[in-house]
Design a protein around this ligand. Structure first.
Ligand code: SF4
Length: 207
């Protein structure tokens, strides 16, 4: 077993139940939740969507809201103006170009207004079971620290991870790395003393 396989095996042992923390009941709800989760905790997003999705859980219903009305619902998630704009434009795209259904390919997802590569990757992997690695702030940090995939941009890290992890494990690896970032390898003051991956960690080795 090589070093990368050992890291993944340990992550799988640590987080056997790793799954998305965002609540959703459809690909559309997941898409909206992922847009809201930028620079915001999943707990906060879940609170906001619990209210929002009671009524506005399809592109048609979402588009009955004005930008200002939607902003009031999602205000506490931060960056609410941009997020509202992105949700409304993506909803309009889904309705007019995809018959009201969130498209299920990575290429089509990325054509939706306001949907970047990270959001598309999460929706593709989580809602449709596709093979993708979405590089968010946790995946980016932990991958670099461990030396699993090093790079200065999320795109570079995504490429690196796809090169060293078998395709069938991309989605699981994405969740493992997020959970390790949340629970142990924090941005500030990572809990290295209790981290069972320190024997593999480039950051730990260099300190
Ligand atoms: S040893 Fe420290 S820096 Fe390395 S993965 Fe563990 S918590 Fe993160």
């Amino acid at each position: 077993m090589n070093r990368n396989e050992e890291i993944l095996e340990e992550l799988a042992r640590l987080y056997p139940d790793a799954k998305p923390a965002l609540h959703f009941r459809s690909p559309y709800e997941l898409l909206v939740a992922v847009v809201l989760s930028a620079q915001c905790t999943d707990e906060r997003v879940n609170k906001v969507t619990a209210v929002l999705f009671e009524t506005y859980n399809t592109p048609e219903k979402m588009l009955t809201l004005t930008q200002e009305e939607l902003e009031r619902y999602i205000f506490s998630c931060g960056f609410y103006r941009n997020k509202a704009k992105h949700i409304l434009s993506a909803s309009a795209d889904i309705l007019t170009r995809y018959g009201g259904k969130v498209p299920d390919t990575l290429e089509e997802l990325q054509t939706l207004a306001g949907v970047g590569r990270k959001t598309a990757n999460v929706v593709y992997a989580v809602a449709f079971g596709g093979d993708a690695i979405a590089v968010d702030t946790h995946v980016f940090r932990v991958s670099n620290r461990l030396g699993l995939a090093e790079g200065k941009t999320p795109e570079k890290v995504e490429e690196g991870l796809m090169a060293v992890i078998p395709k069938s494990q991309w989605s699981d690896a994405h969740h493992f790395l997020i959970w390790h970032g949340r629970k142990v390898c924090h941005s500030q003051r990572p809990a290295c003393a209790e981290c069972t991956l320190k024997a593999f960690c480039k950051k730990y080795e260099n300190e």
